[in-house]
Design a protein around this ligand. Structure first.
Ligand code: MLT
Length: 428
């Protein structure tokens, strides 16, 4: 017997179907509500509104659960690799050994970008934020691969577009950094794995070779896994709604990169380090700054604490915290910023004010710390998030297209002027 809900409005009652997900979550399907009642719903930020049915990622904010295609984030972070997780998210199953080898080889074959990309890069001043460069270079793929503009191509053609952007994203990211650093770009080294290749393109200099530290490469691989997808977050919803107009994968992902840039979303990890720097410059008194965070009259806001979906803890933060401790110890990093971070963390986990408000350190708090310890420059932090989230954006765009989802077109409640005549005095 199908489940239903009733909306009673004035002297009418409207029966609406209730749909149930595989994890027992329930949703009222309101698609017929406006036609039957003239009523729409309103939910600024869509925090209580499901935009789609998806089989990619499940998260439970109350229980701190995050699973990609049914596999727990804890298992994947410990046992898998970012490339294998990207395959899982995009194609729905873990690859066999042969499938993984073919997939990896294909990605390796496509790390090189067209030489003309350099001309686009040279058009950016060195003060260009790497996120703006990245979204531009991703959009430029439509020029070098114009057939990718057709979203209704064969699955083989879509697979080729997927391989190309997965392969070229680290190259674009490293080149965006080199543009800002004023250094010559490095070409991919196809003898290296995904993360090692990225690190070498980032940090190699004509004057000195860069030896990839496996501790750093492994930590980066784990960070990318933890960021790979997160259900219908802001940037993923952006990718879906842009793609719903039948815009191509590359431009939909470029839109997602720009949505991720915001300090309330992917830019939070950069905002965390900027906050820690400000506290250090002010003398490093964490108790003073935590008191400021509690003071309603103080404009200071704590970055990297709490989460809009996770009500008790962010499962990714637990994993990253351990990774951060391991990396800092293995690399022997002594950084006053990191001491300040530890001070804030201890205060937030001890002080009832933060505990009651679930203001615990989140994934952005620890990822900023690790990226800093890995030597990643602060305005590349959100770029790192984008590299990690790329497989999720691809998987969500692909699912939306394969399900032939309709174009996204929300309604509104109008609050402007009602009709009024054009004033006589203005008549020409
Ligand atoms: C994410 O991973 O996208 C962030 O935690 C934000 C979110 O899920 O809303």
């Amino acid at each position: 017997m199908s489940d239903t809900a009733f909306i009673k409005y004035k002297d009418q009652s409207y029966e609406l179907p209730v749909v149930e997900g595989n994890e027992n979550e329930k949703a009222i399907d309101i698609s017929k509500l406006r036609g039957e009642s003239g009523l729409i719903t309103i939910d600024p930020g869509f925090k209580n509104t499901g935009s789609t049915r998806s089989a990619i990622t499940f998260l439970d904010g109350e229980k701190g659960i995050l699973r990609y295609r049914g596999y727990s984030i804890e298992d994947l972070a410990e046992k898998s690799s970012f490339i294998e997780v990207s395959y899982l998210l995009i194609y729905g199953e873990l690859p066999t050994a042969d499938q993984l080898k073919i997939y990896k080889d294909e990605i390796t074959k496509h790390t090189l970008v067209h030489e003309d990309i350099k001309k686009i890069l040279e058009g950016f001043p060195s003060n260009a934020h790497p996120m703006g460069v990245l979204s531009s270079l991703v959009t430029s793929l439509t020029a070098f691969y114009p057939k990718s503009l057709d979203p209704n191509r064969s699955s083989e053609a879509v697979d080729k577009s997927i391989i190309r952007i997965l392969a070229k994203m680290p190259t674009f990211a490293a080149w965006a950094f080199k543009n800002e650093a004023g250094h010559p770009v490095n070409y991919p080294d196809n003898k290296l794995d995904y993360c090692s290749n990225f690190l070498k393109m980032m940090f190699s200099l004509p004057t000195e070779d860069y030896e990839v530290d496996p501790v750093v490469a492994n930590a980066l691989d784990k960070l990318l896994i933890l960021h790979a997808d997160h259900e219908q977050n802001c940037s993923t919803s952006t990718v879906r709604i842009v793609g719903s107009s039948q815009a191509s994968m590359y431009v939909s992902i470029s839109a997602g990169i720009n949505a991720l840039w915001g300090p309330l979303h992917g830019g939070a990890n950069q905002a965390v380090i900027e906050m820690l720097e400000a506290i250090r410059k002010d003398g490093g008194d964490t108790k003073k700054w935590m008191a400021k965070a509690k003071d309603k009259n103080d404009p200071f806001r704590l970055m990297g604490f709490g989460h809009r979906v996770y009500k008790n803890f962010d499962p990714r933060a637990k994993i990253i915290k351990k990774a951060a401790d391991d990396v800092l110890e293995k690399l022997g990093v002594n950084d006053p910023i990191l001491d300040i971070a530890k001070g804030l963390e201890e205060e937030a986990l001890r002080d009832q004010y933060f505990v009651e408000r679930k203001l615990y350190p989140n994934v952005d708090f620890y990822s900023g710390i690790i990226y800093r310890a890995l030597g990643i420059p602060v305005d590349m932090f959100t770029v790192m998030f984008a590299i990690g989230r790329l497989p999720g954006w691809i998987a969500q765009w692909k699912e939306m297209r394969e399900n032939n989802e309709p174009i996204g077109r929300p309604r509104q409640v109008y609050t402007g002027h009602t009709q009024r005549p054009y004033p006589e005095i203005n008549k020409r």
